[in-house]
Design a protein around this ligand. Structure first.
Ligand SMILES: C[C@H](NC(=O)[C@@H](N)CCCCN)C(=O)O
Length: 420
């Protein structure tokens, strides 16, 4: 690793390994949905138990993720990526091998504890290696491979039909295999990073600083706008897309289950290609906040088109697809430009504390609104309060994105913060 080419190739090699690690991690995250029916039929799990296998991912992170962010700042992104990939692997193996519900829930808990801090560490890795430019493209690329992991998990009943035919366990063993691949990629990256550091070719790793609670209050106004957008946008998109959209498409728009599921998965597929493309575009022109605002505005527009017009579902799906590709492509690189590198882990940790609480709360509120209004195939109008809730949350999120643009994201500001 001592010629010019290898030092230029190093960040991209690291990006490829981080992307491979994210692929396995996102696959495991989404691996419960496809076996939900088998868990109910073969192991007698209730809907609440199946729901809990996913909710248990978010709940501990409302507290723990902040600690995870501080660990990244304290011990460095490389070590934390490796440690948390190992925790995720242990969680996935425990989930697949457990003889009862409590063992599986413990496995998902362990996976959740590892996975969110793992994600922060991977963003920090890319922020360090691409500090000189292309950070949005690199993050978009890695994230898009992660989305491919989610898409693969959705498609796994088709791709691994023989495993699914044998019951609930083989698909979860495949997920554990994906977690092992993710760990292998993290191990390779860690080794590469150590070699690069010892030969002086590694990134400039920010000096670890003691954590001072008061420092959180010293993040600028723009950071808090970004945090609020993060909470509202992810709460709407994940509570709708990952929990209620398929049911809503079936009951309100009359789609069958397979078509509704496919319609939903196109949002992931679009993001696989569009996220890095948008990241590349932002890096090239050095503008982030206007793109973020545009993506944030598209979400409530999509909700309105879906609820208030008779336009084809393709229109709203395309709008959500663009929003789902554009907002993450800009949000995380922008975060890396708004805070000092030594505070990046803590800054993302704080955003994800609020985000995990928001996603959990949005799921509960939407479910409660549907139950209260008696939403069903016989009563499609019962979904209106939920759509109004998602629409309003989307509008407030978009308002914060616009405030961010007007206060800290004008061309003059971004010319200063843009380092690419
Ligand atoms: C990068 C970002 N990730 C998050 O926001 C995580 N807190 C939640 C990820 C849940 C799926 N793995 C993203 O995926 O856009």
């Amino acid at each position: 690793m001592n010629d010019k080419l290898s030092s230029r190739a190093l960040p991209w090699l690291v990006c490829a390994l981080v992307a491979a690690a994210l692929y396995g991690n996102y696959y495991v995250y989404d691996s419960i949905g496809p076996v939900a029916d088998a868990l109910q039929r073969q192991r007698g799990f209730s809907d609440t138990q199946v729901g809990l296998l996913n909710a248990i991912y978010n709940l501990p992170n409302v507290v723990l993720i902040l600690l995870g962010g501080m660990l990244v700042d304290r011990f460095g992104a490389a070590r934390v990526t490796l440690w948390t990939a190992a925790v995720c692997l242990a969680g996935a193996v425990l989930t697949a091998l457990s003889p009862d519900f409590f063992g599986m829930a413990a496995g998902r808990l362990l996976f959740g504890i590892g996975a969110e801090t793992f994600s922060i560490a991977t963003l920090a890795v890319l922020a360090q290696y691409f500090v000189g430019g292309n950070v949005a493209f690199a993050m978009g690329l890695a994230l898009s491979i992660g989305r491919l992991g989610s898409f693969s998990s959705d498609m796994s009943p088709t791709w691994f039909a023989a495993a699914y035919a044998q019951g609930w366990q083989p698909p979860l063993l495949i997920a554990a295999g994906m977690a092992a691949t993710s760990f292998g990629a993290a191990l390779l990256y860690w080794w590469l990073d150590r070699r690069a550091a010892s030969s002086g070719k590694g990134p400039a790793v920010p000096q670890a600083q003691p954590f001072v609670l008061r420092d959180l209050l010293h993040f600028g106004k723009a950071y808090w706008y970004l945090l609020t957008l993060c909470v509202l946008w992810y709460s709407v998109i994940l509570a709708f897309r990952s929990t209620f959209s398929i049911k809503y498409f079936q009951h309100v728009h009359g789609l069958d289950l397979a078509t509704a599921g496919a319609m939903n998965s196109y949002v992931f597929l679009a993001a696989v290609f569009a996220t890095p493309a948008f990241g590349w575009l932002c890096d090239r022109i050095g503008r982030y906040a206007p793109f973020l605002a545009f993506g944030a505005v598209l979400l409530p527009v999509a909700m309105a088109v879906m609820t208030l017009t008779s336009a084809s579902l393709w229109v709203s799906t395309a709008l959500i697809g663009v929003s789902f590709s554009l907002v993450p492509a800009v949000m995380w690189p922008l975060a890396s430009k708004l805070v000092a590198p030594a505070r990046f882990g803590t800054a993302i940790g704080l955003m994800w504390v609020a985000q995990n609480a928001g996603i959990g709360a949005a799921n509960l509120v939407a479910g409660w609104l549907n139950d209260r209004a008696g939403a069903s195939a016989q009563n499609p109008a019962g979904y209106e309060p939920m759509m109004l809730f998602f629409g309003l949350a989307g509008v407030v999120g978009a308002a914060f994105a616009l405030m961010l643009w007007f206060t800290a994201g004008r061309r003059a500001h971004e010319a200063v913060t843009h380092r690419g």
